[in-house]
Write a protein that binds this ligand. Structure first.
Ligand SMILES: *[C@@H]1O[C@H](CO)[C@@H](O)[C@H](O)[C@H]1NC(C)=O
Ligand SMILES: *[C@@H]1O[C@H](CO)[C@@H](O)[C@H](O)[C@H]1NC(C)=O
Ligand SMILES: *[C@@H]1O[C@H](CO)[C@@H](O)[C@H](O)[C@H]1NC(C)=O
Ligand SMILES: *[C@@H]1O[C@H](CO)[C@@H](O)[C@H](O)[C@H]1NC(C)=O
Ligand SMILES: *[C@@H]1O[C@H](CO)[C@@H](O)[C@H](O)[C@H]1NC(C)=O
Ligand SMILES: *[C@@H]1O[C@H](CO)[C@@H](O)[C@H](O)[C@H]1NC(C)=O
Ligand SMILES: *[C@@H]1O[C@H](CO)[C@@H](O)[C@H](O)[C@H]1NC(C)=O
Ligand SMILES: *[C@@H]1O[C@H](CO)[C@@H](O)[C@H](O)[C@H]1NC(C)=O
Ligand SMILES: *[C@@H]1O[C@H](CO)[C@@H](O)[C@H](O)[C@H]1NC(C)=O
Ligand SMILES: *[C@@H]1O[C@H](CO)[C@@H](O)[C@H](O)[C@H]1NC(C)=O
Length: 492
């Protein structure tokens, strides 16, 4: 207890010292205002074109969104930041957008947290230090021939306005100086801060580098905690490193994984995890369970987690780089997944929807067995709870009222697989229920998320229905379904 108090004093001195050297130039203030004005001016077009506009997923007010960042709890709010280009529905001038929530379900938009100056503001993380919210992010600088990635700090005392640190960068090159060096995820352990950073080695292997510091400014290289020593790609983005049920989990977003022969790794890039043991004294992470992909859907790349009140939450980008994003015509592109709660079951992570999402439910729309001619009519949102009889096939046709087909969600008894068929693009995997044999299916205006059983298998995909949702029984088995509409919890 006493030791903790001493540390607190030291931390507070450090932050006070750092905070004296903040800057927000007039130019920066002007740019922030300019961005907010631009958003206000272009918002009506988005609001007037709501066909794909999500009701309970974080999405950009206008423009382009990708990686989540800075997932943290500060001054009684959860904070999520995201890589954001307000000026285009394609990736470009990367800012940090910012939303907050009391319950991880209902989100309020805040002003731009970081604007690019000489650097693009790539992903990173956040940590509270004695009342100050500290962001650590990757400054990406590029010219025609090359680019450079270093790690920057920014500070806020109210969780709204952020000032960059004058002495940036705080980590200026990767060990062995590889170019790709990004997405710092910082945490505190004992009297030290630690950060893991994604990297590409000079021999083109994905790897994760670990650094430590006692003041967030001077960082000491500790170790390469993991590296691709086989077929796990050339670059590992968005690393996250945490304890879950007493074991250490390294969560990564690898690029260049070529092993697409099985049901796994069907997307352009992946998100997955390695389970092992870790020794803070040596910085040695020892792999026990090899890389496993986290989600089975079409659109799931880059994630970040936060532990608060003993629960480890995850939020991810519900997107991929090569997707078409039909909502671009409506002035925006991309979204985050709903927040999930992580636990470990044996060697596998379970992902469940955060509990508070149940508060969005309206009265049940359907409750009972789907008869041959039954169609469940939803509007733009819905949650279906489906009890699966594993001894027979189950087939549901999920589509817009004006579609002939769109999604087929299936339990294939012969192969023991759950199948999500999006217009012929199949994603599937063998399902061995750990306990419950039901599915929770979340439909929003342009997305579907399926959680099987206790969350041992999930599918996250963008889908674009023509009209309101319809769910049609095509099964052999009598399908037991409870369905709810879900209320809006994000700004239109
Ligand atoms: C943008 O609109 C919001 C909400 O209407 C308003 O609070 C804010 O002042 C506006 N910002 C600018 C820079 O016009
Ligand atoms: C938006 O991004 C696209 C693709 O990068 C580019 O071709 C286009 O010029 C950009 N538009 C604006 C207004 O910057
Ligand atoms: C481009 O950026 C790289 C990396 O920062 C730098 O080494 C190089 O000198 C720059 N080239 C030009 C033409 O500015
Ligand atoms: C750095 O490079 C040296 C020399 O090529 C190599 O022996 C060493 O393993 C590398 N270290 C890391 C962390 O990549
Ligand atoms: C990036 O720029 C920093 C200076 O800010 C420099 O120390 C570092 O070596 C550069 N990295 C590469 C890979 O050139
Ligand atoms: C790739 O496939 C081979 C053969 O099926 C397997 O041994 C290896 O573990 C796979 N690699 C990954 C990263 O899953
Ligand atoms: C729908 O469900 C019923 C049982 O409630 C079943 O008899 C019927 O064959 C199912 N399939 C179709 C295509 O209607
Ligand atoms: C769908 O919208 C219509 C028209 O606004 C409304 O009457 C109906 O109750 C809604 N249905 C559901 C399931 O929310
Ligand atoms: C599952 O289906 C089989 C075959 O139709 C039936 O005998 C059994 O009662 C069903 N189980 C449940 C829990 O509905
Ligand atoms: C139908 O599903 C609900 C949960 O949605 C469950 O409570 C109920 O027991 C199920 N009915 C049968 C007969 O399996």
């Amino acid at each position: 207890m006493k030791t903790l108090q001493v540390y607190s004093v030291i931390f507070s001195i450090i932050v006070t010292a750092l905070a004296c050297e903040l800057r927000e130039t007039n130019e920066e203030i002007q740019s922030k205002r300019h961005v907010e004005e631009y958003i206000n001016k272009t918002r009506p077009f988005v609001v007037d074109n709501p066909r794909y506009r999500l009701h309970y997923h974080i999405a950009p007010p206008v423009g382009w969104i990708n990686d989540p960042a800075g997932f943290t709890y500060y001054k009684e709010n959860y904070h999520v930041f995201y890589e954001y280009n307000p000026f285009n529905t394609s990736y470009g001038k990367t800012h940090w957008g910012h939303v907050i929530s009391k319950d991880l379900v209902t989100w309020t938009q805040l002003p731009m947290a970081l604007i690019p100056e000489e650097e693009l503001c790539f992903s990173g993380s956040a940590i509270e230090i004695e009342g100050t919210l500290v962001l650590m992010y990757t400054a990406h600088k590029k010219n025609e021939s090359s680019f450079n990635e270093t790690q920057y700090l920014a500070f806020s005392n109210d969780g709204v306005v952020f000032n960059k640190y004058v002495k940036n960068p705080v980590i200026s090159f990767a060990n062995n100086n590889s170019l790709d060096f990004r997405d710092p995820k910082v945490w505190r352990h004992g009297d030290r801060y630690y950060v893991v950073i994604g990297s590409r080695s000079s021999d083109d292997k994905g790897r994760v580098l670990l650094y430590k510091s006692k003041d967030m400014e001077y960082w000491e290289y500790v170790s390469e905690i993991a590296k691709n020593n086989g077929d796990l790609g050339y670059m590992w983005e968005c690393p996250d490193f945490f304890e879950l049920n007493g074991r250490f989990v390294l969560l990564i977003s690898p690029q260049g994984l070529t092993n697409k022969t099985t049901d796994r790794y069907q997307n352009q890039y992946q998100v997955g995890y390695i389970i092992g043991t870790f020794d803070y004294a040596t910085g040695n992470f020892k792999e026990e369970i090899a890389f496993q992909e986290l989600d089975y859907g079409h659109d799931f790349y880059t994630t970040q987690t936060l532990e608060h009140e003993g629960i480890r939450h995850l939020i991810g980008w519900m997107g991929t780089w090569y997707a078409i994003f039909p909502e671009r015509e409506d002035g925006w592109a991309g979204a985050m997944t709903i927040t999930r709660q992580l636990t470990l079951n044996g060697d596998r992570i379970l992902m469940k929807p955060v509990q508070a999402i149940e508060n969005l439910r309206g009265p049940p729309i359907f409750d009972g067995y789907l008869e041959p001619d039954n169609i469940i009519s939803l509007n733009q949102t819905g949650e279906l709870i489906i009890t699966v009889n594993l001894t027979e096939d189950l087939i549901l046709n999920i589509r817009g009222e004006n579609d002939i087909s769109l999604i087929i969600l299936k339990w294939d008894m012969a192969t023991k697989k759950v199948v999500l068929d999006r217009n012929g693009e199949i994603r599937q995997g063998e399902w061995k229920p750990v306990l419950s044999t039901s599915w929770r299916v979340f439909l929003d205006a342009s997305s579907i998320e399926v959680f099987c059983g206790e969350g041992e298998m999930t599918f996250t995909s963008r889908v674009y229905p023509n009209g309101m949702w319809r769910v049609v029984n095509m099964s052999v088995q009598a399908v037991n379904v409870t369905a709810y509409a879900l209320y809006r919890s994000v700004p239109l």
